[in-house]
Design a binder for this molecule. Structure first.
Ligand code: LLP
Length: 468
């Protein structure tokens, strides 16, 4: 449908969004596959199904809002990453560490274990979850720019495979913990390589001005190498870099790889050691909206392998064992948030505000990063005209927006279910209890069966923390 055919078109002239949302899609009921988990379909009755289960049934059984996660998709994404990086054809010469901060639960840890992935944790809480779900400690990496003494101690005691050191002070702390436990701890050094990555682009300026890592440019990273090598209770496994998040352009990773290989060569020249491992971090972008165009794991793997092989060849270094740390690219597309519409408020000459029963407490990303999402009417198909809508939450804040610009059928009404795709990463894990709102459950669906991974919080849970 052309915009002029839209009855509300002229009234919306001043507020029409730009880019992808400037005009309604040809068919409001159509699902663009790349923003949805693999098994999501619109069924014969017009309602969405996932893993063969209809959303109305999920809402009845588990309530709304709820994060609905497609287990088959999660596992398939794990396999795609593992096959791209750690496959037998390449001699299993690379490792995939899932970044648990994107979303972690005990079931997720089991899936990772079964699918052959390793796991990054960045807090004592994530470490506890990983160990509780039986992840072998040697397949864990501990991250963080200010790990507590207790976190370091627990990680060393558990026998984690690597601790990624992020400051000069931390080198002494990890060394002391390892000495106390009578072990040699494998560590990597997180290097600030001077690439600042943004969504859709990267720029190589202002890069040192952030809290993570040890700077390459001023020699701190090289000093960290000296200090780690001087500690008898530490083994330096290699170098690490993470350049940012939701990145589509592989050029940033390539620059990072080049600079890290140059440092590997400098370490070889200064110390006579070839460090065996190189971790290029996470940050691989996903499709939140149809306009997003993410790279596939095998494309990423090919590009990174090539650049590392070329640079190592030029520096006469053996190729190090590679690792990557995708979080969002595995978890993000696997879940959608299911909401129920509570109120529909047309604002004359502006847009229609559609309020749902969740909001910034279950998805802070729109408010925090201006993140873009899409949304669809999930409980039924509709042949109604498109209306320019804003999907907002129920919190006491006007910035409580879930989807800033959306085209929804004009007959969207209270009681309808809406689904917001690509909420599997950094939504439940960043959820809050703002306005004393209990956090939604995570429901996993696979092969016609739904089960609770993380149960819904209750108001009693909140009261239990309030000890008076
Ligand atoms: N490795 C390290 C060392 C990281 O710091 C991160 C993310 C990752 C891997 C995984 O990045 P991913 O592949 O998921 O982009 N809350 C923000 C994202 C913060 C990411 C922090 N570090 C968001 O919602 O976009």
């Amino acid at each position: 449908m052309s915009r002029s055919a839209h009855p509300a078109g002229p009234r919306h002239a001043d507020v029409l969004p730009e880019g992808h949302y400037a005009a309604p899609p040809a068919d409001l009921n159509a699902l663009v596959p790349k923003v949805w988990a693999r098994t999501v379909r619109r069924g014969a009755d017009g309602a969405l199904t996932v893993g063969g289960i209809g959303v109305a049934e999920l809402a009845r059984e588990f309530g709304t809002p709820a994060y609905v996660l497609d287990e088959e998709d999660f596992r398939a994404r794990c396999r795609a990453w593992r096959d791209a990086f750690g496959n037998e054809a390449s001699g299993n010469d690379a490792d995939v560490f899932y970044a648990g901060k994107a979303f972690l639960s005990r079931a997720v840890v089991r899936w990772l274990r079964e699918e052959g992935l390793n796991l990054d944790v960045c807090s004592g809480g994530e470490l506890t979850t990983a160990l509780a779900a039986g992840m072998p400690p040697e397949r864990l990496a501990l991250h963080g720019n200010n790990k507590s003494a207790d976190e370091i101690d627990r990680a060393v005691a558990a026998g984690v495979g690597r601790i990624v050191v992020d400051s000069l002070q931390e080198i002494d702390r990890v060394a002391a913990a390892a000495a106390r436990h009578g072990v040699r701890q494998r560590v990597m050094i997180r290097v600030t390589v001077g690439v600042e990555a943004h969504t859709h682009e990267f720029i190589a300026t202002a890069h040192e001005d952030q809290k993570f890592g040890l700077a390459l440019a001023d020699g701190t990273a090289a000093e960290a190498v000296r200090r780690v090598l001087a500690q008898r209770s530490l083994t330096l496994a290699g170098l690490h870099s993470h350049i940012g998040s939701q990145i589509f352009d592989l050029a940033g990773f390539e620059v990072s790889a080049r600079r890290l290989v140059a440092l590997l060569a400098a370490v070889r020249d200064e110390h006579g050691v070839e460090l065996p491992e190189l971790d290029l971090g996470g940050g691989h972008g996903i499709a939140y909206i149809p306009a997003d165009d993410p790279r596939e794991p095998h494309e990423i793997a090919t590009a990174l392998r090539e650049i590392v092989a070329r640079e190592c060849g030029a520096a006469a270094l053996g190729a190090p064992r590679l690792s990557v740390e995708p979080g969002r690219a595995i978890a993000g597309p696997t879940a959608f948030t299911l909401y129920e519409v509570g109120t529909v408020k047309p604002l004359a000459g502006l847009r229609t505000y559609v309020s749902v029963d969740g909001g910034m407490s279950d998805n802070i990303r729109t408010a925090l990063y201006d993140a873009e999402y899409s949304v669809t009417l999930a409980s039924r198909a509709s042949g109604a005209e498109p209306m320019l809508a804003r999907v907002v939450g129920k919190h006491c804040e006007s910035g409580d927006i879930v989807v800033r610009d959306a085209w929804l059928p004009a007959d969207t009404a209270p009681g309808d279910l809406l689904a917001v795709p690509a909420t599997g990463a950094y939504c439940r894990s960043m959820a809050s209890n703002y306005n004393h709102t209990p956090r939604p459950p995570v429901i996993a669906v696979a092969h016609g069966t739904a089960r609770v991974l993380v149960r819904r919080e209750t108001e009693e849970d909140l009261l239990r923390l309030d000890v008076g």
